[in-house]
Design a protein around this ligand. Structure first.
Ligand SMILES: [Zn+2]
Length: 105
């Protein structure tokens, strides 16, 4: 059973719940499924390697650059969310991130 199967199961239970007046058993089942989801999520978190295990991108002009992707990317977005957000050039000295609004010199 996967986390996705659990989520689907919860959805099915909730559908039943909306057509049923005797909710107690269903609510118990739902909370059990949610417990399962929590356990799976914890396992997934443990299996995820820490950020430092990733090869750190190069820094150029205050932005991250990646060997497999062209452009200058926001370092704080990448560090915080793992998203590669291309920065926009404001003028010859300043870049800005459209996502977190950080100015990068
Ligand atoms: Zn950003």
């Amino acid at each position: 059973m996967t986390i996705f199967a659990s989520v689907e199961q919860v959805k099915l239970l909730l559908e039943k719940l909306s057509n049923d007046d005797k909710h107690t058993d269903l609510l118990n089942s739902i909370s059990k499924e949610l417990d399962n989801i929590t356990v799976f999520a914890e396992q997934l978190t443990k299996e995820t390697p820490p950020n430092s295990a990733h090869s750190k991108p190069e820094i150029k002009s205050g932005c991250y650059i990646f060997s497999d992707q062209k452009g200058f990317f926001c370092p704080s977005c990448y560090d915080n969310t793992g998203n590669k957000v291309p920065t926009k050039r404001l003028n010859s000295q300043l870049r800005v991130c459209p996502q977190c609004r950080a100015s990068i010199k």
